[in-house]
Design a protein. Structure first.
Length: 588
């Protein structure tokens, strides 16, 4: 269908290719009839131009017609056009103004609409949507833009889906999908384009390589797994190849770009396979002559090489010194460590002893230092012991940090002083002091002495060997050998005999006229010859026998006998009363 133009002004038409809407535009020349159709029955006509738009070739075909108002007939005519062509129709390219000469018609002047103007050109196209074809995982804001070839006369731009920013603005996209744009130019022709946007999932390029490498003098090869899946990649050190060679442990990162321009970052950590600091255990930090020491590496390695050409984790040595071991771990990395075994000389020890006195103990002490452990031949485990008996004593010292060492000594009794006290005299009623005699004891400046008594009494000389005492009791002489410290004691008991003898004066008796004297005294007479009697009287009369057991008396009175015990000089007395009956009888 064509468009018929009867107006002198061009207008924009919304058409598709080869489609013309039947729009008839009329415009009246000033002073003409207001309704020319009312004159159709008189044969009135109108000159028209039919417009056919070709959206493919971007051309417009203009055809000359006469419209008979009464019969409603469009009559094609051959006319002379303003471009000089004489034809029914001409093909033109806007913009521009075209008309045909109505002189060949009888149409009224005011019904002549034989000119058309197109003031805007066709859109030469094409419509092009530019922008990303993929939404990458790390994209923040993406936009679709249009390339409209600098054409600015569109009647309409229509996005599908609708552009939230406005039809004439860049289209912000946040979701995958198909985005289309249809534009209508000033000639009513439409052009369209669409773009499909996919969403690329997050991807992390996998990197293959060793888990560890040695920190010095080693290399490692790193490669991207399935590198054909990417358009390009770049390592953080600037390399753009795969594989790459690295020379140090560390974390290596690669950025891979896929066919959509999206990037993913992968990394690999290559740890250091270095042999860390390790220790060597030593069974003893020092080594005594003739003994062995064991060195052992603490830690698991696959190879061990010692400086004394021993291979293995354990190194048994018999000499002091510094030993170095080189170890290799499972990554082929090596490390070294050293241990020093110091030489240790046996200590010089002796046994010092105090004198062993008879009946006493000697203290044996290990000299030469203090040691962790002691072991005596007598079983003790202390530095010093007490010895009661003579003999040979040995001690062994041992413990951490020393060499086991032994020594011994022969212990004998030390010389002791001589202490002898002669038997003392007996104290009695005749002898009240006695001199103790220790003259046969050791004497001199090297033998100090001392006397002691728990219950006697020294009169004098208690710092000499011959003291005088006046009390019975126990007396002790102690003499020390100042050289050995040994001392001896001698003890004596000073006896005393002061027991009084028994005294008996005999029975009482009576003198009479017929018995004018008689003997008195104990009955029977004591037989002990050491008992010596002595009689006395104050009021009687002893005729004879004053020192006998039976004196003869002839006077009444009290007679006392004093008995002396000849062995101790002690005395006792007894008395007897002698009466008298001499009264004459009474004569009656």
């Amino acid at each position: 269908m064509a468009n018929f133009y009867s107006n002198v002004f061009a207008r924009n038409l919304l058409t598709s290719c080869f489609l013309a809407l039947p729009i008839v535009a009329s415009a009246h020349d000033p002073g003409g009839p207001t309704n020319p159709d009312s004159l159709a029955n008189f044969g009135h006509c109108t000159t028209l131009i039919q417009v056919d738009t070709n959206c493919v070739t971007h051309e417009v075909t203009l055809s000359a017609y006469i419209y008979w108002t009464w019969t409603f007939v469009h009559q094609p005519v051959v006319a002379t056009w303003s471009n000089g062509l004489n034809a029914h129709k001409i093909t033109v390219v806007p913009p521009g103004t075209w008309s045909w000469d109505p002189g060949i018609t009888t149409c009224e002047v005011w019904h002549q609409y034989n000119q058309v103007t197109f003031d805007k050109p066709f859109f030469d196209g094409p419509v092009e949507i530019t922008g990303p074809t993929a939404i990458c995982p790390v994209d923040d804001l993406l936009e679709l833009n249009t390339n409209l070839n600098y054409y600015s006369f569109f009647e309409e731009l229509l996005w599908s889906p609708p552009n939230p920013a406005g039809d004439f603005e860049p289209f912000p996209i946040t979701q995958p999908g198909t985005y289309g744009l249809t534009v209508t130019d000033a000639m009513g022709c439409t052009s369209s384009d669409q773009i499909s946007v996919i969403e690329v999932p997050l991807f992390i390029p996998a990197v293959a390589g060793p888990a560890r490498m040695c920190p010095e003098g080693d290399t490692a090869t790193l490669s991207i797994v399935n590198p054909g899946a990417y358009q390009s990649f770049e390592w953080d050190n600037g390399d753009t190849l795969s594989p790459i060679t690295v020379f140090d442990p560390g974390v290596y990162q690669v950025t891979a770009t896929d066919s959509h321009g999206c990037t993913g970052v992968g990394s690999i950590g290559v740890l250091s396979g270095e042999v860390g600091a390790f220790n060597i255990s030593v069974s003893s930090p020092t080594l005594c002559p003739g003994l062995l020491d064991t060195l052992r590496v603490l830690g698991g390695f696959i190879n061990y090489s010692w400086s004394n050409n021993v291979m293995g984790i354990t190194n048994i040595v018999n000499q002091a010194g510094t030993y170095t071991v080189t170890v290799t771990n499972v990554y082929g990395c090596t490390g070294t460590s050293s241990a020093t075994v110091a030489p240790l000389l046996p200590p010089v020890i002796q046994i010092a002893s105090t004198p062993l006195c008879v009946g006493d103990t000697a203290v044996l002490t290990t000299t030469g230092g203090s040691f962790p452990q002691y072991h005596w031949s007598s079983g003790e485990t202390t530095q010093s012991i007490n010895a009661l008996l003579p003999g040979t004593y040995s001690v062994t010292v041992s413990g951490a940090g020393i060499c086991v060492t032994s020594t011994n000594m022969a212990l004998g009794f030390a010389p002791a002083p001589t202490t002898i006290i002669d038997p003392p005299a007996i104290l009695n009623c005749l002898v009240n002091q006695t001199t103790l005699n220790g003259s046969n004891s050791s004497s001199g400046p090297n033998f100090p002495l001392i006397w002691t008594t728990p219950n006697g009494h020294f009169v004098s000389g208690d710092s000499t060997l011959n003291p005088t005492v006046d009390q019975p009791g126990t007396y002790i002489l102690s003499i020390v050998n100042a050289t050995t410290g040994c001392f001896t004691n001698d003890t004596i008991v000073v006896p005393q005999d002061i027991a009084p003898p028994p005294a008996d004066a005999g029975p009482a008796a009576m003198l009479t006229c017929t018995v004018q004297n008689f003997g008195i005294g104990p009955v029977p007479t004591p037989a002990d010859p050491d008992l010596l009697p002595s009689w006395s009287t104050l009021d009687g009369n002893i005729l004879s026998g004053d020192f006998s057991w039976m004196p003869n008396v002839d006077q009444p009175g009290t007679y006392t006998v004093t008995i002396t015990y000849a062995l101790n000089g002690c005395t006792s007395t007894a008395s007897v009363v002698i009466g008298e009956d001499i009264a004459p009888p009474t004569v009656q």
